[in-house]
Design a protein around this ligand. Structure first.
Ligand SMILES: Nc1ncnc2c1ncn2[C@@H]1O[C@H](COP(=O)(O)OP(=O)(O)OP(=O)(O)O)[C@@H](O)[C@H]1O
Ligand SMILES: [Mg+2]
Length: 256
């Protein structure tokens, strides 16, 4: 039975889609059959980040409108044999997606995949609520800035209300130089403020932008962000992968 992980954030543009896409690839490299569900209706992006946009002939709109089975709208790419994508519709009346129909789809996916990663739209609207209702676990992505962390707090509370007991924080776009100068919070501080464990920390890395421009995954590259995402995938697979020293409160870079 597959696990459903919803990847969400309060503030937009913090890296949810980048993390979902690359975690998906990393998880398949670690032996997990994974499906990515793009719930950012109207603003789909996972396909572009993974260079799969030309493969998107069908999408979730076709499924929810009743014209296709879910198997028919799954998108696969020969570069990623164990990865599948359900692309968001660009134009879909959201009222067509009921909680019942979405949870029905998720039940089918759980029977067919090890991991189901849902890329939620930013904020706390109806699609986020659906993604939360379906999830076994939640990852809230935040940048190390006060507005992003504040919005992450709200999302974590809503996930708790939705009954998600395993909730994690992913700090993205960390700039060590700013953290050292105490301009931005440390990941450890963010974890304490939000009262949830870190699943990982991904540095700001120009390779992220270059890779997504080219529609390539960061997994298996020398990029620092790619390596951090692979470590997160290892943690999600239950491996004990220590967080880098800069995230430790005592004895680490900031509190030595
Ligand atoms: N670690 C990183 N280093 C550098 N740039 C990054 C990093 N993570 C994400 N980005 C860039 O930030 C931008 C926003 O990323 P992304 O689209 O994944 O965010 P999002 O949270 O899904 O946004 P939205 O809320 O609009 O769905 C993209 O241009 C992406 O390439
Ligand atoms: Mg996104």
């Amino acid at each position: 039975m597959g696990r459903v992980i919803t990847i969400a954030s309060g503030k937009g543009g913090v890296g949810k889609t980048t993390m979902t896409a690359n975690l998906g690839v990393a998880l398949t490299k670690q032996g997990k059959k994974t499906v990515l569900v793009d719930l950012d209706m109207g603003l789909r992006n996972i396909d572009v980040i993974l260079g799969m946009e030309n493969l998107v002939l069908d999408h979730l709109g076709d499924y929810f409108e009743g014209s296709s089975d879910w198997q028919d709208v799954l998108i696969r790419d020969e570069r990623y044999p164990d990865l599948a994508l359900l692309a968001a519709a660009q134009n879909l009346d959201p009222s067509l997606i009921t909680e019942e129909s979405f949870l029905g789809l998720i039940r089918e996916l759980k029977a067919a995949f090890d991991l189901i990663l849902i890329d939620a739209p930013a904020g706390i609207g109806p699609m986020f609520q659906l993604a939360a209702a379906a999830a076994d676990e939640g990852i809230v992505v935040t940048q190390p800035t006060v507005p992003a962390v504040r919005d992450a707090d709200k999302v974590l509370h809503l996930m708790e209300e939705a009954g998600i007991s395993r909730r994690f924080i992913l700090v993205n776009e960390l700039r060590l130089s700013l953290t050292r100068k105490k301009i931005t919070m440390t990941p450890q501080d963010i974890s304490e403020v939000l009262g949830s464990d870190l699943v990982g920390v991904v540095p700001e890395d120009i390779q992220v932008i270059l890779a997504s421009n080219e529609g390539k995954s960061l997994v298996g590259t020398a990029s620092a962000a790619g390596k951090a995402i692979e470590r997160i995938a290892g943690r999600l697979c239950g491996r004990n992968v220590p967080l880098p020293a800069f995230t430790r409160r005592r004895g680490g870079l900031f509190h030595a």
